[in-house]
Design a protein around this ligand. Structure first.
Ligand SMILES: [Mg+2]
Length: 338
């Protein structure tokens, strides 16, 4: 049965979505009223929003024959929003979701989306976070906007501006896997021909696994600056460098272990795995700076150090040099690039 959203009333569609939405512990009033009410015992609310547009931020069908299911798109929408809360050192408390749906969208796709959104919240370790409400509209393409709130639970937020010369730079989470998975989707290698390493990269591209416990732990451990890597390590680290008025210098030997994990896929696609590690977005891992003497929290790996600005060099360098002569800002994902 190929029931589309055009064949249901809005209230009928909502009746199919509501039971699938995860109810966390922070909701005082959930979906069904004019607005939801979320507890905020800390007295401060962390808030972020993110939009994904079909064929701009995601595809439903890829050149290699892969498909992105509603579950995948819902998972990714949750993951990237939860990651932004994590990157502040906070834990997520609630999400609201706005869906713009073409009239031909199968109802099953929307149900699958709600399932994926809720599954990610639980599986990624944010079960306290409710899907507290949302909005439905029609349009010519799928547009998914998720806003998320979070709590610092008494901690100071970790900003991009706090890195100090002498700090160590560390990352937590997967590096370059999502970029490798994206490259596979854009290639001519069908999913049926994937090796286990390729299948892993493809899975992490479809359903990223940000390290959600690590943000608050880093905050407690004295992280001086932090952000999640959504647009690529070089580009996002460049944002820390700019905000902190420092340079971040990576040690390529410390990045080699990350690149090695992607070698098999890179060889098959004739790509450079270090390029994926340095410029691949959407793994939603954390890049943080810590005082030099700080023992890094579990899961964080040192990749370099914070040094002084050098007017002759990029804001982020690798082994003291500009990476292949490119400005950090020219690498990584740019929404407005043609
Ligand atoms: Mg971010």
């Amino acid at each position: 049965m190929n029931l589309t959203v055009a064949q249901l009333s809005e209230s009928e569609l909502l009746a199919r979505i509501f039971p699938r939405l995860h109810a966390g512990t922070t909701t005082l009033l959930g979906p069904g009223d004019d607005a939801a009410i979320i507890a905020a015992p800390d007295g401060r609310t962390v808030i972020s929003i993110d939009t994904q547009v079909q064929d701009k931020d995601f595809r439903l069908l890829w050149p290699n024959g892969s498909t992105s299911s509603g579950f995948d798109v819902g998972w990714k929408a949750a993951a990237q929003n939860l990651s932004d809360i994590n990157a502040m050192g906070a834990i997520a408390t609630a999400m609201v979701v706005s869906l713009t749906l073409p009239s031909t969208t199968p109802v099953g796709w929307v149900e699958d989306f709600a399932n994926g959104l809720s599954a990610a919240i639980v599986a990624l370790g944010a079960p306290q976070c409710s899907v507290a409400g949302g909005d439905l509209s029609g349009g010519s393409e799928l547009v998914i906007t998720v806003a998320v709130t979070g709590s610092l639970n008494g901690l100071d937020p970790v900003l991009r501006s706090g890195a100090q010369v002498g700090d160590q730079v560390a990352v937590c989470g997967n590096m370059g896997f999502s970029a490798a998975g994206w490259a596979l989707c854009e290639s001519s290698i069908p999913p049926s021909a994937h090796t286990p390493a390729m299948a892993q990269a493809a899975a992490l591209f479809a359903r990223p696994v940000p390290p959600l416990a690590a943000g608050p732990v880093a905050a407690k451990s004295g992280a001086t600056a932090m952000m999640d890597i959504s647009d690529g390590l070089l580009r996002d680290a460049g944002r820390i460098a700019a905000a902190s008025k420092v340079r971040l210098d990576f040690d390529s030997s410390m990045l080699a272990a990350q690149a090695e994990k992607l070698m098999e896929t890179a060889v098959e696609l004739k790509e450079n795995p270090l390029q994926w590690v340095l410029t691949g977005g959407e793994d939603h891992s954390l890049v943080s700076t810590f005082p030099a003497s700080q023992i890094l929290p579990e899961g964080f790996v040192r990749i370099g150090s914070v040094v002084s600005v050098d007017a002759a060099k990029s804001a982020v360098t690798v082994d003291g040099q500009n990476f292949e002569g490119a400005e950090a800002g020219a690498l990584g994902w740019d929404h407005f690039a043609v």
